[in-house]
Design a protein around this ligand. Structure first.
Ligand code: GDP
Ligand code: ADP
Length: 403
C-alpha cells in the first residue's frame, strides 16, 4: 500500500517560512504538482469558516491566490488530498453528508488551462463527484420560433426523472408566463457582466440585443439531481460549449421554411413586430451556421411536431430500444468520521476505518476506483466506482460493489 498522499500543515510550515499558518482548529493539506504546491485549507475558528486555496510557486518563490471556479464544498471538518493524473486533486472530506464527501480540485485539466488563458491568472476549479452515470448533456439550438422550447417541454413532460433543464441567465425582460428561476434567471446586465468576468459562466452570447448565458452552477444543479442536462442555447453558445471540455450531444433544429418560421413567431404572440423582424433577420445566419459549421452532431427539421419529437427521442436513445426508466441514482458514500486514506496505484484509493466489535475491532476498507472518471469542471465529475472490501478476509478478492 502506498504512503499517505498529502502533507500536513506542520510539514508545510517547515518547508515554507512564509506559509500561512492557520489557527488551532483549522486544517490544511498541501499537494505538489510540478513546481507548484497547492495548499487547501480552512480556518474554522469562527462561524464564517471558508475553504481557501493558495498556491506556492516554487520557481518564483511566491504565494499566489488563484481564481477559484465552480461551487466549493460545504463546510466540513477536515480532508485528505490525493493527486490524480497530475491535473486534479481528489478531496475526501470528513464530517460531510454522504452525497458531499468526494470532491475534485482541478489544477491543470483542459478546462483549467483554457480558463487560465482567458482570465490571465492562476485558476483552479472545484468539481463535485456524483455517483451514477447520467448520460452526456444535450445542447439544443435553432432560430427563434422553430420549436426548441416546445420540444424540450415535451421531453421533460414525458421523462421528468430523466432530464433536467439548465436554467440560463438573460438580460431580456420576462414574457407573460415566464417565471424567474424556472425559465430563466432574469438578471441586470451589470450583474451578469460582473459574473461573466468572475468566471461564473460556462458560455455566454449576445442574442437579439440581449445577453444570455449558462452559469456553471446551472449545469451543476442538474448533474447533482442525477439527471441528463438539456441546454437551450444559440449557435454562438453552442460553439463555445463545443470548444469547452463539456462533452455534449449537439442538436440543431431547423424550420421547414422562413415563411413557416415567421408564422410560428407571429402566432406565438410573445414579441413585438420589431423584435420579430430582428429574430427573422438573425434566423438566416443561424440556419446557415447551424447547417454548415460542423458544430452540430445532428440536424432535425421541425416540420411536423410529432415526427420531429419522435426523431429527437430516437437520437437520444428513447425510441423503445433502450430502457426509458433511468437507473436509480446510487446513494452517496457513508464515510465514518475517523478514517485514513492511501493511494495504492494511479486508479485506486483506499479508505480504511475500524469497526469496534466485541473481540478485536475489524478493519474495513472502501476502495475508490477512479479509472473511469468522466466529466469534471465546469460541472460534476461522474464515473467513480466504489467497492467495499470484505472485513473478514480483508483481501481484494473479497471486494464487492456497494449498492
Ligand atoms: N448562448 C446562449 N444562448 C441562449 C441561452 N439561453 C437562451 N439562449 C438562446 O437565446 C435565444 C433567444 O431566446 P429567447 O429570448 O428565450 O427566445 P426564443 O428563441 O424565441 O425562445 C435562443 O436562440 C436561445 O436558444 C444561453 O444561456 N446561452
Ligand atoms: N412543428 C410545429 N408546427 C407548428 N407549430 C409549431 C411547431 N413546433 C412548434 N410550434 C409552435 O411554434 C411556436 C414557437 O415554438 P417555441 O417552442 O416557442 O420556439 P423556440 O423555443 O424555438 O423559440 C410555438 O407557438 C409552438 O407552439
Amino acid at each position: 500500500m502506498g504512503e499517505a498522499p498529502a502533507l500536513c500543515v506542520e510539514d508545510l510550515k517547515e518547508r515554507f517560512s512564509n506559509g500561512f499558518g492557520l489557527g488551532s482548529k483549522g486544517f490544511e493539506t498541501s499537494t505538489d504538482v510540478g513546481d507548484k504546491t497547492f495548499v487547501i485549507g480552512c480556518n474554522n475558528n469562527d462561524s464564517t469558516s471558508s475553504l481557501e486555496v493558495h498556491i506556492y510557486d516554487k520557481s518564483r518563490g511566491k504565494w499566489v491566490i488563484p481564481t477559484v471556479l465552480g461551487t466549493k464544498p460545504k463546510p466540513y471538518e477536515g480532508h485528505s488530498a490525493v493527486l490524480l493524473n497530475e491535473d486534479r486533486i481528489l478531496i475526501i472530506t470528513r464530517g460531510s453528508t454522504p452525497d458531499d464527501c468526494i470532491w475534485f480540485l482541478e489544477v491543470d485539466t483542459e478546462y483549467v488551462k483554457q480558463q487560465k488563458e482567458g482570465l490571465e491568472t492562476e485558476v483552479v476549479a472545484w468539481s463535485k463527484c456524483v455517483r451514477g452515470d447520467a448520460e452526456k448533456p444535450v445542447v439544443i439550438s435553432g432560430p427563434s420560433g422553430v420549436g426548441k422550447g416546445t420540444l424540450i417541454n415535451m421531453l421533460m413532460k414525458e421523462f421528468p426523472s430523466m432530464f433536467g433543464f439548465s436554467v440560463s441567465h438573460t438580460t431580456r425582460a420576462p414574457r407573460g408566463t415566464e417565471k424567474n428561476g424556472v425559465h430563466y434567471h432574469f438578471t441586470e446586465r451589470s450583474v451578469m457582466e460582473k459574473d461573466i468576468k468572475d468566471g461564473k459562466f460556462l458560455e455566454f452570447a449576445s442574442v437579439h440585443g440581449n445577453l444570455y448565458g449558462t452559469s456553471i452552477e446551472a449545469v451543476e444543479a442538474v448533474a447533482d439531481s442525477g439527471k441528463r442536462c438539456i441546454l437551450d442555447i444559440d449557435v454562438q453558445g453552442a460553439k463555445s460549449v463545443r470548444a469547452s471540455s463539456l462533452d455534449a450531444v449537439f442538436i440543431f433544429i431547423s424550420p421547414p421554411s422562413m415563411s413557416e418560421l415567421e408564422e410560428r413567431l407571429r402566432l406565438r404572440g410573445t414579441e413585438t413586430e420589431e423584435q420579430i423582424q430582428k429574430r427573422l433577420r438573425n434566423a438566416k445566419a443561424e440556419i446557415e451556421q447551424g447547417k454548415s459549421s460542423g458544430i452540430f452532431d445532428h440536424i432535425l427539421c421541425n416540420d411536423n411536431l410529432e415526427k420531429c419529437y419522435e426523431n429527437l427521442k430516437k437520437l437520444l436513445g428513447l425510441d423503445g430500444s433502450a430502457p426509458i426508466n433511468p437507473k436509480p441514482s446510487p446513494n452517496g458514500i457513508n464515510l465514518p468520521p475517523n478514517h485514513s486514506v492511501s493511494k495504492i496505484d494511479d486508479n485506486k484509493i483506499i479508505i480504511q476505518h475500524e469497526t469496534p466489535g466485541p473481540g478485536n475491532a475489524s478493519k474495513n476498507l472502501i476502495v475508490l476506483d477512479v479509472s473511469l472518471l468522466k466529466g469534471g469542471a465546469p460541472g460534476r465529475t461522474r464515473g467513480l466506482d466504489v467497492y467495499n472490501v470484505d472485513p473478514i478476509s480483508n483481501c481484494l478478492n473479497g471486494i464487492h460493489k456497494l449498492s
